[in-house]
Design a protein around this ligand. Sequence first.
Ligand SMILES: [Zn+2]
Length: 275
Amino acid sequence: MRIMISADMEGATGVTWTADVLPGTEQWQRFRALFTGDVNACVGGLCAGGAESVLVNEAHSSQRNLLLEALDDRASMLTGRHKPLSMMQGVDSGVDGVVFLGYHAGAGEEGVLAHTYLENSITGVWLDGRPASEGRLNAALAAEHGVPVLLVTGDDRACEDARSWAPAAEVVAVKECVSRYAAICATPAITSARIAEAASRAMTGAGRVEPVVSAHRIEVEFDATHLAHAAAVVPTVELVDVRRVGFDAATMTDAVQAFKIVTAVAAGAVEGIYG
Ligand SMILES: [Zn+2]
């Protein structure tokens, strides 16, 4: 059994604000170790439950956050940016299950550092009419490759979100959301134990399933009209409301890749403090 971990940072142990996850800051340096600790606990648990190897795909920001020198030897790490499947690179490599570690609630929702792809500017994303966090989008992509979501970790809001798109997955809340920038946090010793136990249990759900390939529609709402206009320039993307665009795609892979382009174009149109 080979398992993949898609590792995001906002939902890691102790993380509650911008500097904690902003590459180059002192706080980020500190939280890299805690983030790596969450990943190691997960690798240990997965292997205790029967995994032979684990591929860790860095999914946060510059995608250069985890400490390779401190990583469990049973894992290998995909680090660095510019990957066609982004947060989910590797899901098409024959893995038997995926873990969403350090995930967070979606844009416009209650949750620590809640957002979907862009930290701000996007106020909501919908997949086939349902509010979509990064977790929901990535779970649909995993389903298209026949890969079950085994475990989701993050704050309590991320865990609640996961129940609607991965009902069979184990969840571990490493912190309890108080506001977008505040949480009641358990210590790394406690969260590591919980993650390891849940990861081991989750291995009972590992094993490839029948791929679910179907057409999908994504809609994205922005906090300013010109961002929607900028995104609507992308082929297949149409303006559906003053601040909202939508597009249809034949597969989830196409949908995720089109979404990446939409976010890149919109991010490029953001103008200073007026957004
Ligand atoms: Zn994220």
